[in-house]
Write a protein that binds this ligand. Structure first.
Ligand code: 5AD
Ligand code: SF4
Length: 452
């Protein structure tokens, strides 16, 4: 039996891509393994968003030299954003890699993989259960079987050009999947045990799909129109529409999405979030900075006030919504005053959590050659101050759940997440993959705990 091991760096988009890109291997009879030593194939999905992420991915590939040399038949595939950026240099530096596939060439990947596999294996001989044509129904999505949560990619790429960000260069322009395809994937996953889906896209809420081309049944559209907004003829199915289309899916309990761009958090999106029961009370809304001057330099396409007003609308439309964010410190030309604006914004927006990063200059982005780069020591010091503020607030925000009953989707016997995305531990065993309810009795080691 051939065994496959996956190493995935970076965002949830990458995790979803790993799932999709290793599917052809699983269909051929590879079995997943968490033990790299026994693997016949390793799939590495790389990330390049910050230098640190890229360095980690590259040194991981370097370490695989020994694994590969133990048996020449072993298969090593490197994919993702760093693979896109470094393509040729990766191939030169690590000639033992069998296939380097950049994030942009995901369409050509199946054919390229086919080529490599043909050269390497005689599957009938190797596995004894190679499916020569289409695999029997039911086997196709085998890897998703039983996973209570699943990712569904609804768009790829990004049409923005935030001045610090390498993503548009490595992932290309936005491409959207059809609502029919999205709904079909969700139904398939739900039929195999998925209860919660995470819709993924670089700017997930800029999703749109021409109505003319959207080949879903008219009924689905008519159903939500009757309860929806003014009946003007619109040319696109947009993100709020998509939420309303997914909402009636039988057996599905929760809908999440990642990551929305503040510019597209429209009133109609907020209304759809509020009206769709299954859409969870959580939004991860990257702000990046609290200073208008920096937001302009970053080319984020919103002001501090616009961001805060959307946060206020979300909070008033969706009671108890958790709001999390991403923040970059030490962007070029960031003054102490700019940084103070960010600290103040963290207080005003009242975030439940924030991922904080030191600015990392990426070659080929507009911010990398900018005048006035911030010294490393200053970046470090600001990151520390920001983290202190963020963490102290996050603690008090979580503590508000003590004494309250919550709904938890169990990922394991004793662990799951609330609709607001807070981790919860249960002292008593629950059924994995099911919703459980419990009263939060304590807050220990950064986790909410249901006692007894
Ligand atoms: N430097 C630091 N942080 C970055 N991010 C993206 N690019 C950079 C960079 N060059 C952060 C942003 C983004 C998150 C995924 O990574 O905050 O939202
Ligand atoms: Fe990068 Fe900006 Fe696109 Fe997000 S919206 S992926 S930060 S360019």
């Amino acid at each position: 039996m051939l065994k496959l091991h996956i190493i995935s760096f970076g965002c949830q988009m990458n995790a979803a891509d790993s799932e999709e890109m290793t599917r052809p291997l699983l269909e051929r009879g590879y079995q997943m393994t968490s033990d790299i030593a026994e693997a016949d194939a390793v799939f590495v999905n790389t990330c390049t968003v910050r230098q640190h992420a890229e360095d980690r991915a590259v040194s991981q590939i370097g370490r695989l030299r020994r694994w590969k040399s133990r048996s020449p038949g072993r298969l090593l595939i490197v994919a993702g954003c760093a693979a896109e950026r470094l393509k040729e240099s990766l191939q030169k530096r690590f000639p033992f890699v069998d296939l380097v596939s950049g994030a942009k060439s995901i369409d050509e990947y199946p054919a390229a993989l086919e080529q490599v596999l043909k050269k390497k294996f005689n599957f009938e001989k190797e596995t004894g259960d190679y499916f020569p044509s289409a695999p029997p129904a039911g086997l196709k999505s085998q890897p998703f079987s039983g996973a209570p949560q699943s990712h569904v990619t609804i768009m790829r790429g990004c049409n923005y050009s935030c001045s610090y960000c390498i993503v548009p260069a490595v992932r290309g322009r936005e491409q959207y999947r059809s609502p029919a395809g999205i709904l079909q994937e969700i139904r398939e996953k739900v039929s195999r045990g998925t209860r919660e889906i995470m819709l993924l896209g670089q700017t997930v809420n800029s999703y749109r799909y021409p109505r003319e081309a959207a080949s879903f049944g008219r009924d689905a559209l008519l159903t939500w129109r009757r309860t929806g907004e003014p009946k003007t003829a619109r040319d696109f199915v947009d993100f709020p529409d998509l939420l309303r289309l997914i909402e009636p899916t039988e057996g599905l309990e929760r809908i999440r999405f990642m990551s929305p761009h503040p510019h597209y958090v429209s009133d109609s999106m907020i209304t759809a979030m509020a009206e769709c029961r299954k859409v969870c009370e959580h939004i991860h809304l990257p702000v990046q900075s609290g200073s208008d001057r920096l937001l302009r330099l970053m080319q984020r396409n919103y002001s501090r006030l616009e961001f805060l007003s959307r946060v206020a609308k979300l909070r008033s439309a969706i009671p108890d919504i958790a709001i999390t964010t991403d923040i970059i410190v030490g962007f070029p030309q960031e003054t102490e005053e700019d940084f103070q604006d960010t600290l103040r914004l963290v207080e005003e927006a009242d975030f439940d959590a924030a991922y904080c990063f030191k600015f990392s200059p990426r070659d080929g982005t507009a911010a990398s050659p900018m005048q006035g780069q911030t010294a490393e020591a200053v970046k470090k010091e600001r990151l520390k101050r920001l983290l202190e503020l963020v963490e102290s607030r996050a603690l008090s925000k979580k503590a508000r759940f003590i004494g309250r009953e919550v709904e938890v989707l169990m990922e394991d016997v004793r662990f799951g997440k609330t609709r607001n995305f807070f981790p919860v531990k249960f002292e008593r065993a629950q059924t994995p993959g099911r919703l459980a309810r419990g009263v939060i009795g304590a807050f220990e080691n950064a986790a909410l705990v249901v006692k007894g």
